[in-house]
Structure formats: C-alpha cells, structure tokens
Design a protein around this ligand. Structure first.
Ligand code: MRU
Length: 357
C-alpha cells in the first residue's frame, strides 16, 4: 500500500516517521519508528504532540506491534502494545479514542489473526489519519464565520498541521479565515514551557504568509484591554459531556480574560476530542510533567536546580466561559450538556447516513 504523508507524520507501511517537533524551527529532523514502544516514547517525549496527531501516531504504533508479531498477531498478543501506548500521555482523549478504534478492529467479526489482522489494522490506522485531515477541513469551514470580520485573533499553543493529520483545528479555522479574507492577523502566545506558540505556530503561520505577532503569554490581558484582540480561538485535548474543555495550560486564564473583555472564546476540535462518558471536567486527569521543563529552556538552566516546580501541562476551561465549540459537524453555541448530546446525536446520524449511502 502507498505511503501516507502529513507535515509531521509519514506512514511508510512498515515504519512511522515522525518529525521531531522539539527541534523545530531550528532543525528539521525525522525519526523512524518500527515498534510500539518507540512510538509510545516519542509521544511521551513530545517528538509528536497535539491531541489528534498523538491519536494517529498511536494507531500506527498498534500496526507496528502487529507487524512484529507477524503470524502470531491477535488481539490478545497486542494487549501489551495497547497498554504501553495508553500509558504514554493521559489527558488527550484522542489517544484513547484511536486505540479504541484499533481494538474494535482487532475484535471485529471475521478479522482473524496474522496477516489478515495486520491488513485490517493498517486500513483502520490510515482511515483515522485521512479522516482527521478531512475533519479539520470541514471544521474550519464551519469555524470561519465565528471569527469577527477584520479581527485580530489570539491563539494559544499549536493546533496546526503539526498537531493533526493536516490543516489544523483552531489554526485550521484561522488558515481558512485568512484565505477567505475575513481576518486581519493573528497573535500567538508563546506557550511556556514547551513554546509551541513561538516555535511551531508562528513558524506555520509565517510559512503560509499569515501575519502573526508573537507575545509572551502574560501579555494577553494587556492586549485585550487595549482593544488589540477581537477573539480567542484554541484547540482541545478533551471536551466532556457538558462542554468543559481541557487544553494547554494557560487556556483557562485566556478564557477568563476573554469573558472580562467581552470577547468571543472559541474552541475548535473534531468529535474525536469529545469524551461523552465524562460528565464534566473536574475528573479529567491533568498530565504533570517534569519540573526540569520549567527550570530550563533546552540545556540552559534558568532557575535554581533544586527549586520545587509545579508543571501541569493542561487546564480545564468551564463550558460557561466558552462562546462556541466548533467540530466537523457544526457549531455548538454556549455549550451545555443538552446541546453537546444533541450535537453528538447529529454527528452519529451523519456517520450512519454516510455509511449507508
Ligand atoms: O502538550 P501538547 O503540545 O501536546 O498540547 C497540545 C495542545 O494543548 C493543543 O491545543 C491540543 O492538543 C489541540 S491540537 C489540535
């Protein structure tokens, strides 16, 4: 079967190549993975990051595990690979969603074992990858109208082609809005400690010739106060049944600021980011990462070696602070449990109709 490429992921059939996002934009370096342990490590170490991209990488990790098992590939034999990948990062639900789809494939009727199973898993992983690209395009089409005409849009972290199968979620909306002549430009928060905003978002936007201004995260309030921001749009790592949204640390502060300044606060994410089994955001596990990420920037020590550090990678924005959530199936204005459930029913009907055509 043919190769499948995205800006940060390249499926080669017998290996997964990942662009090392820790080194961007200074260096463009690809790593090649041939087993699930390597892919899990790459997710944990942030070689690949962004909720949808993590899900896609994990799906290919299962195919690689099955290939290594060869004739012995079976759901039972794959259990350790599922467990290792599931333990890589806890917050983004797309990882677990993708692994569930791979598990469903492995236990589907008539799938069998060995080569047949490997082929089926390969097909499912490719469709997770391709579907994500298509979903982002549709999501962006719905999202454009949410951005104020002529506005400057603030975004956080990186939600672009690097974080997804392509185009991006929040950054996909921004890209499409720019292409439609709707917005004036973008302000990207640098997003400490991994600097996804400065290293990745500003780089992606500059490649597309979309005007971007980079700011330190703590400048957001000042810029809003001075009328230099007209809306905030972010991605999501997990959206619960009531619309509460986990995303990169700092998102909640932006939502509070946006509310104070009367600005729209928009979340853009595919339905694979929705976790309907979880009632609200309180119980979402927030990944706590190593303190060294805060004490240092790369090899440069900034803080005292021994200073205690708290390094939560995500926070939860309550649904009440969100003006709209946009998915590939449309827009949920002022999300709550009823509207989220209605949206998911609509999404299921659409999927059913597509499958039965
Ligand atoms: O720690 P990261 O870089 O994986 O965090 C990424 C984010 O928080 C993104 O906003 C989110 O995954 C949405 S990506 C389309």
């Amino acid at each position: 079967m043919s190769d499948l490429r995205s800006p940060a992921l390249h499926w080669q059939g017998d290996a997964l190549a990942l662009l090392d996002q820790r080194l961007l934009p200074a260096e463009t370096h690809w790593h090649r993975y041939t087993d699930a342990d390597g892919v899990a490590q790459a997710i944990r170490d942030m070689v690949v990051r962004g909720a949808p991209a993590i899900g896609i990488a994990a799906a290919y990790g299962i195919v690689l595990a099955a290939r290594q098992l060869g004739d012995k590939a079976s759901l039972e034999a794959l259990r350790p690979a599922f467990a290792t990948l599931a333990a890589s990062r806890p917050t983004a639900v797309n990882l677990f969603w993708a692994l569930d789809r791979m598990r469903d494939t492995a236990q589907g009727q008539g799938v069998g074992q060995g080569e047949t199973l490997i082929r089926q898993l390969d097909t499912t992983a490719r469709s997770i990858h391709l579907d994500d690209q298509a979903m982002n395009q549709r999501l962006a089409d719905f999202g454009v109208a949410l951005l104020p005409e002529g506005g400057t849009i603030y975004t956080h972290c990186n939600t672009g082609a690097l974080a997804t199968g392509g185009h991006g979620t929040a950054l996909g909306v921004i890209r499409s809005a720019w292409a439609a002549g709707r917005i004036r430009g973008v302000i990207a928060g640098e997003t400490r400690p991994w600097l996804q905003g400065s290293r990745l978002t500003s780089w992606e936007l500059m490649q597309d010739h979309i005007p971007v201004t980079l700011v330190v995260d703590s400048a957001a309030g000042h810029l809003m106060q001075r009328g230099q921001v007209q809306a905030v749009i972010v991605g999501a790592d997990r959206i619960t049944a009531n619309g509460d949204t986990a995303n990169k640390i700092g998102t909640y502060s932006l939502a509070v600021l946006a509310r104070h300044h009367g600005l729209p606060f928009i979340v853009a994410a595919p339905c694979s980011t929705i976790d309907p089994a979880r009632a609200d955001g309180q119980s979402i596990e927030i990944e706590e990462r190593d303190g060294g990420e805060v004490r240092r920037v790369r090899e440069q020590q900034l803080a005292p070696h021994e200073v205690p550090v708290a390094n939560p990678a995500f926070d939860v924005t309550p649904a009440g602070l969100i003006s709209a959530i946009v998915t590939e199936h449309g827009v949920i204005h002022a999300p709550d449990t009823d509207k989220m459930a209605a949206h998911l029913r609509h999404a299921e009907r659409m999927a059913h109709d597509t499958n039965t055509v």
